[in-house]
Design a protein around this ligand. Structure first.
Ligand code: ZN
Length: 330
């Protein structure tokens, strides 16, 4: 009985899960982006690659400490428009004039937050502040990756409106965790982005365009696939969690014909392009001459609070898994 209850509990957790790309994928995206950088940047980033990798997930952890954090990870485009969404203002100020800041914050601000982070990263390069460059690079990588995820552009972010609850973690955690080792990561070199606002919007709209496939293919598959083979149990230590079986995941991934791989590659390329663009816009500073300045006390305290809130959350749920570590947030 007790065991049954545990299964049920974890099952619920799994179904509520809707993390931004799984932690694994976020870290992988930042890590690989380093290798696309030009000679003048690559040694600095390589020396700090563990930091860039590890801190790729800080923005997700921060959601437990700061109420304003969540909207930075998504935009519910279907609240505002239907594709091609030409009516959507791309500039923050224009968007506020049209919809009000409260509305924007209610339905997500990821495209504008990436722009804000670009200003911060450019500034960090200008003053050659090593800690700030690394932290901002790691975090902008997170938001860029989120903007590449179709389910980050809709109110139906976890399939809750179409009876597909759990599809968020299925698409962005389960598929990459099973198959992303075999993806092709030969992506080319970072390129300067002349019009970042347009690039960011192009990406968000591409993600939104892919949404219909993400939802309709899973729906179709779930109606034809033998229901007793859809799920599997993953046992770690004494804890089991119910998840989509390898067979079902593989069938879904094949139907989408490499979409997850394309969105991961697009994320990696864009992360490297944006890092490079900020560095050029800051005047291409010599990264060998950066200084590790101490973080202001306030910021140190803030980081500690965030870390504490995250650990509490982990403790509360015990067994941590990227797919089950959150409670239905995007
Ligand atoms: Zn996120």
């Amino acid at each position: 009985m007790q065991k049954k209850f545990l299964f049920f509990f974890l099952f619920i957790l799994f179904y509520q899960a809707a993390n931004a790309w799984g932690f694994w994928a976020h870290q992988r995206i930042n890590r690989i982006a380093v290798f696309l950088l030009p000679t003048e940047m690559i040694s600095f980033y390589k020396e700090n690659i563990d930091f860039i990798t590890e801190h790729a997930v800080d923005p997700d952890k921060r959601r437990y400490a700061i109420a304003d954090e969540a909207p930075r990870h998504y935009i519910d485009l279907d609240h505002y428009c239907v594709l091609p969404c030409d009516s959507m203002p791309h500039r923050w100020k224009d968007a506020i004039d049209k919809y009000s800041e409260d509305t924007l914050k209610s339905y997500g601000i990821v495209p504008w937050h990436i722009q804000l982070m670009m200003f911060r990263l450019t500034d960090a390069f200008k003053v050659k502040d090593k800690n700030r460059i690394l932290r901002t690079s790691a975090e902008i990588g997170h938001y860029i990756a989120d903007s590449n995820v179709p389910l980050h552009t809709t109110e139906n972010y976890n399939g809750q409106l179409t009876n597909q609850i759990g599809i968020h973690g299925f698409w962005e955690s389960r598929i990459p965790e099973l198959f992303a080792e075999d993806y092709d990561y030969f992506i080319g070199k970072a390129e300067f982005v002349t019009k970042p606002t347009e690039r960011i919007w192009k990406t968000v709209l591409e993600s939104h365009t892919a949404l219909d496939t993400v939802l309709s293919f899973e729906k179709k598959l779930s109606q034809t696939f033998p229901s007793d083979r859809m799920y599997a149990f993953d046992t770690r230590g004494v804890v089991s969690s119910k998840m989509y079986s390898q067979e079902y995941t593989s069938a879904y991934s094949k139907m989408m014909d490499g979409m997850v791989e394309r969105r991961m590659r697009s994320s990696i390329k864009m992360v490297a392009d944006i890092w490079f663009t900020c560095w050029v816009n800051a005047g291409s500073p010599d990264l060998g001459k950066t200084e590790a300045k101490e973080l202001p006390v306030e910021e140190q305290q803030q980081n500690e609070t965030e870390e504490k809130a995250w650990k509490e959350k982990k403790k509360q749920y015990g067994h941590y898994h990227p797919e089950t570590g959150t409670e239905g947030v995007k």
